[in-house]
Design a protein around this ligand. Structure first.
Ligand SMILES: *Cc1c(COP(=O)(O)O)cnc(C)c1O
Ligand SMILES: [Zn+2]
Length: 448
């Protein structure tokens, strides 16, 4: 019998709650919560995923999240079981690792050893759809009809789209800061028709307010502090594993904002290892933007999980005094990452590392990806800038197998692209339009 339970992540507390709870923190110690399972049958995991991938007739089998549902079986606690799984008709999570030759060359890793997975190809343009499929499933299990999130634009679009797809069953409110938001992200968020509240403050302020509102007003919270969202995001790694023919890479590289994604990745590999399905752990590298680098800084200063024995008061102080984040990579413009402790634990599990990338490095890396015919938004390109850096340091070896996750779609931030390609001071890979007179001769000349 499969059984799922919520656990406080701090071993010295170890409080447990049923999955019928929508608590986002431990009632005893305010720690983060994990969904943990007993009784998963490891022997059928690979075969089931493969059979389901071939089954075009079933929406849940087509979904790149739900074809791995036996690795996130929290929904089995509920009487309606699989009928209740939420999906954008199987479209979420249809991504897999591919080779991108120019990106590999740029990073200095042989192309056959490096794969990239474009999570921006999800229905709403970011990896967030993986998490929402699971979190909306949990919200429905609990009979909840009103959901909310704070967002720099991608989370809000994903929440709004999943709510819209429930037609009149689900209402969504999204909190955005009043600073800059990439227009593509604002546009898609407005279009999916949630209630949009623009808070006078930045993302970190919007996050603090939505946490209060959700716990006071009983509105279901869709941010990555929600442990069920991270269950959905584990499948990003399940697809990497499947795409590498069930092999574990040496490295997984991912940008870090609120640190939910990297934490979900760590949990995914940790569980596969514990189930005996894999024989090693990959090293996970998290890349911060230099202008939003609290995680990088704290780890540089020696922050570590230490089996859960951490001075939480010390870090509470550090985050209270965190400088205002400032980067062109809006998706990771966050200085008080809500999943900090889970991310520390992930570093311990995976022997992971944290690096930072400047805006210029991210924008250049982004341009390299587009010159290979693919695309990602600036924050996502932190992944490629990070691989390049780790290769230069020699930490990533030439023979290492590396997987980079591109988290969001190219067009989420069209302004960044136009700026890069048309700015006065010419960028390395810029592509300026050539102005030509409306004359056939001149046009032909320009084409030579
Ligand atoms: C949300 C987001 C991130 C940051 O992910 P976290 O889980 O908050 O660390 C990075 N890139 C893109 C494109 C995103 O939308
Ligand atoms: Zn606790």
């Amino acid at each position: 019998m499969v059984h799922a339970q919520l656990h406080c992540i701090f071993p010295e507390c170890d409080a447990r709650y049923t999955v019928d709870s929508d608590a986002n923190e431990c009632k005893e110690c305010k720690g983060l919560l994990d969904v943990r399972y007993t009784g998963i049958d490891a022997s059928t995991v690979k075969e089931l995923a493969q059979l389901r991938r071939m089954n075009n007739a079933n929406v849940q089998d087509r979904s790149g999240v739900w074809r791995f549902r036996h690795l996130l079986p929290f929904y089995l606690e509920h009487s309606r079981k699989e009928q209740n799984l939420v999906s954008l008709d199987g479209m979420e999570g249809n991504t897999w690792p591919i080779h991108v030759t120019r990106a590999a060359e740029y990073a200095g890793v042989p192309s056959e050893n490096v794969w990239f997975q474009f999570e921006g190809n999800n229905p709403t343009g970011s990896f967030k759809d993986n998490g929402m499929a699971a979190a909306f499933t949990h919200a429905k299990m609990l009979g909840r009809t009103y959901v909310a999130c704070a967002s720099t634009g991608n989370t809000s679009a994903s929440v709004a789209a999943f709510a819209a797809n429930e037609l009149n069953q689900m209402r969504a409110a999204v909190f955005i800061g009043d600073g800059k938001i990439a227009r593509g992200k604002l546009a898609k968020t407005l279009a999916y028709d949630p209630t949009v509240l623009q808070i006078e403050g930045d993302f970190d302020d919007a996050m603090a307010r939505v946490l209060e509102v959700s716990s006071n007003e009983g509105i279901y919270l869709m941010n990555s502090v929600n442990p069920f969202r991270l269950e959905g995001q584990k499948t990003i790694m399940h697809r990497v594993w499947e795409g590498l023919d069930w092999n574990v890479p040496d490295w997984v590289v991912v940008p870090g904002g609120n640190l939910g994604n990297c934490s979900a990745f760590g949990k995914a590999w940790h569980e596969l290892y514990e189930l005996g399905l894999t024989q090693k752990m990959p090293r996970i590298a998290v890349i911060n933007a230099q202008g939003a680098n609290m995680f990088y800084q704290l780890v540089q200063q020696g922050a570590c999980w230490n089996g859960g024995k951490v001075n939480r008061e010390h870090y509470r102080q550090a985050f209270t005094h965190a400088p205002k984040a400032h980067t062109r990579a809006s998706a990771i413009e966050i200085n008080r990452p809500v999943n900090f402790y889970k991310a520390l634990r992930m570093l311990e599990w995976t022997n992971g590392v944290v690096r930072e990338a400047t805006d210029a490095e991210m924008l250049e890396a982004q341009a390299v990806v587009t010159r290979n015919g693919y695309g990602c938004e600036p924050a996502s390109a932190a992944t490629l800038a990070g691989i390049k850096k780790l290769r230069e340091e020699g930490l990533i070896k030439k023979t290492d197998r590396v997987v980079g996750i591109f988290t969001g779609h190219l067009l989420n931030d069209a302004e960044a692209l136009i700026e890069y390609h048309t700015s006065e001071q010419k960028n390395l890979f810029s592509n300026q339009p050539v102005r030509v007179q409306n004359s056939l001769d001149r046009i032909v000349q320009a084409l030579r």
